[in-house]
Design a protein around this ligand. Structure first.
Ligand code: ZN
Ligand code: ZN
Length: 169
């Protein structure tokens, strides 16, 4: 988890009355709200023997949770290097705080614009390399039939000849 990004979250909540603390443990039992979505960032391969230095991802799986007593947290799922399979923790960009505050506001009845996150990735999502898929938390994992349907509907209505990965929410 990225407790160090809590300051960014607090800053983005400053224009509302909402005041949230970071909850240390990301358990399902006590959380009142939960949302699987995705953010952007980049990964470094720390395996010194690997020729691949790193990669950027526009589909980093994240589970945002709300807890009683004005608390929240977010689990960010790691990805594996496609060349050596080493697990890597991402360095996140501002999409983390934007996504987290978007849902905190949404859940608390604050009117919000969707953050300007495109979610359009250049290549197909590699489920083998995504820990979010493994945990069944990734919006690309294909477990959520509703999201699949929404994606299909968007695709059908676009009549696009290109196959594009849409942001699924
Ligand atoms: Zn590697
Ligand atoms: Zn995934």
């Amino acid at each position: 988890m990225y407790q160090e990004l809590h300051d960014d979250v607090s800053r983005l909540l400053a224009d509302t009355d909402l005041n949230f603390d970071f909850h240390d443990s990301d358990d399902d039992i006590n959380c009142t709200k939960m949302r699987n979505t995705n953010i952007m960032g980049h990964f470094t391969c720390y395996n010194s023997g690997c020729r691949f230095k790193g990669w950027a991802s526009r589909k980093i799986a994240i589970t945002i949770r709300l807890y009683p007593g004005q608390k929240y947290n977010a689990r960010v799922y790691h990805q594996r290097c496609k060349f050596c399979n080493s697990l890597s923790q991402p360095v996140l960009d501002e999409s983390y705080a934007e996504r987290v505050t978007y849902w905190i506001k949404q859940w608390n009845g604050v009117q919000v614009e969707k953050p300007p996150i495109s979610g359009v990735s250049k290549g197909p999502h590699n489920r083998q390399l995504c820990e979010g898929c493994k945990a069944g938390r990734c919006t690309e994992s294909g477990d959520d039939w509703l999201m699949q349907l929404q994606r299909l509907a968007k695709f059908m209505s676009s009549f696009s000849s290109e196959f594009t990965n849409y942001c699924s929410d």
